[in-house]
Design a protein around this ligand. Structure first.
Ligand SMILES: NC(=O)c1ccc[n+]([C@@H]2O[C@H](COP(=O)([O-])OP(=O)(O)OC[C@H]3O[C@@H](n4cnc5c(N)ncnc54)[C@H](O)[C@@H]3O)[C@@H](O)[C@H]2O)c1
Length: 353
């Protein structure tokens, strides 16, 4: 692969984008970074000393549904994060989820190829396997996307696969649940919710019996994987590769996540709902292909580091909101409020333009 000099990151103004930008800056100071985002969550900062976008070279406030080849001019690699990024939002805005996550993603990949981009990295999700007990899922396991969000991810993978060739290498990274600190922290993720609850109320309430399995990955390790994807050559996995990203030993049961938070914050009480119906969202993932193909980009941030960084990040902003599940730390709440106030249309387009 020729040297990557300029990267376009779509969806760079969300939870993962600011961490990815810092990671790329630190590890590749010579690479120019362009960002493209509609800015749904632009205002939701958590203790950031400056807006994270001050770290990119060019920032477009724009919609991936309104494609323009201008964004792709002289770009060597695209990291495509822009999406309606979880099941609750996907369920609330199903058609928009298809339009942004699937239709616009496929169009973005087509245009990127036409403009001579060399590498396309797509942020996919392990939710394409569905949730059910059983063996850990590997890349050959049966797919069972249950939600609009999961369907949008797998449909994109299928539609862009044939665009790949030795000059346009596509890497679809199937991430498990993210965790960790960011300049735009989200608390609609299981570990982040537990740490926030522990900091604000000294209590963690597990709404299931605590036995469901959840593989996790820290946002810094997601960034490491995207860096690998940008620089991947076809000899490591082929022109198109869809791959689970994580560590096999980092499949956790929900109650273990709470216990690990308590290890770091011993004053915290854990309440398990022993009467709960079994949570069907239980699944484990096999990450051995990623271990084989990306030995130098293996996840490094273990659970205790993620928890400690979340704790200190939340303490730094004197976080004490015991009603945070209603706050702007929940992405669905932010979108719903922007809709209610009329700032976003039904199709999630800004109305003030
Ligand atoms: N967080 C996770 O647990 C997780 C796990 C697996 C995969 N992913 C994927 O990683 C990517 C980034 O996740 P995140 O947690 O940072 O999500 P996020 O919701 O915090 O950020 C997504 C960003 O995309 C932008 N966006 C949405 N629609 C757009 C449009 N039409 N045009 C331009 N920008 C648009 C939003 O404004 C937002 O800044 C997503 O594709 C998500 O599906 C996330």
């Amino acid at each position: 692969m020729d040297k990557i000099k300029r990267i376009l990151v779509t969806g760079n103004m969300g939870y993962i984008g600011p961490v990815l930008t810092s990671y790329l800056r630190e590890n590749h100071p010579g690479i120019e970074i362009h960002g493209l985002d509609l800015g749904f969550f632009g205002q939701c900062l958590t203790g950031a000393p400056v807006i994270p976008e001050s770290r990119v070279d060019v920032q477009y406030i724009s919609d991936v549904r309104k494609q323009s080849a201008d964004y792709l001019k002289d770009i060597d690699a695209v990291i495509h994060l822009a999406a309606i990024s979880n099941d609750p939002m996907g369920n609330a805005f199903e058609e928009v989820t298809t339009a942004i996550n699937y239709e616009a993603s496929v169009e973005m990949a087509k245009q990127a190829k036409a403009c001579g981009v060399k590498a396309f990295v797509f942020a996919s999700s392990c939710s394409v396997y569905g949730y059910a007990e059983g063996d850990a899922r590997n890349e050959d396991s049966e797919l069972n996307p249950l939600t609009a969000y999961a369907k949008s991810k797998i449909n994109t993978e299928i539609a862009i696969k044939d665009l790949a060739d030795e000059n346009f290498v596509i890497t679809s990274l199937r991430f498990p649940t993210a965790c960790g600190m960011s300049d735009r922290l989200r608390l609609d993720l299981v570990l982040n919710d537990f740490v926030a609850s522990a900091v604000a109320t000294k209590k963690i309430t597990i709404l299931s019996d605590g036995t469901p399995w959840r593989p996790l990955i820290d946002v810094k390790d997601m960034s490491r994987a995207m860096d690998w994807g940008v620089h991947r050559t076809p000899d490591a996995g082929g022109n198109f590769l869809a791959i689970n990203v994580g560590r096999t030993e980092w499949n956790y049961q929900v109650k273990d996540l709470a216990e690990q938070v308590k290890n770091i914050m011993p004053e915290v009480e854990i309440e398990i709902n022993t009467d709960a119906q079994p949570d069907k969202r239980s699944y484990r993932v096999d990450f051995s292909l990623y271990e084989k193909l990306a030995p130098n980009h293996q996840p490094q941030v273990d659970l205790s580091q993620s928890i400690s960084e979340l704790k200190s990040g939340l303490e730094k902003i004197q976080f004490s909101d015991n009603n945070f599940r209603e706050s702007e730390h929940m992405r669905l709440k932010v979108l719903s409020r922007l809709r209610e106030t009329g700032l976003l249309s039904e199709n999630l387009e800004w109305t003030n333009r």
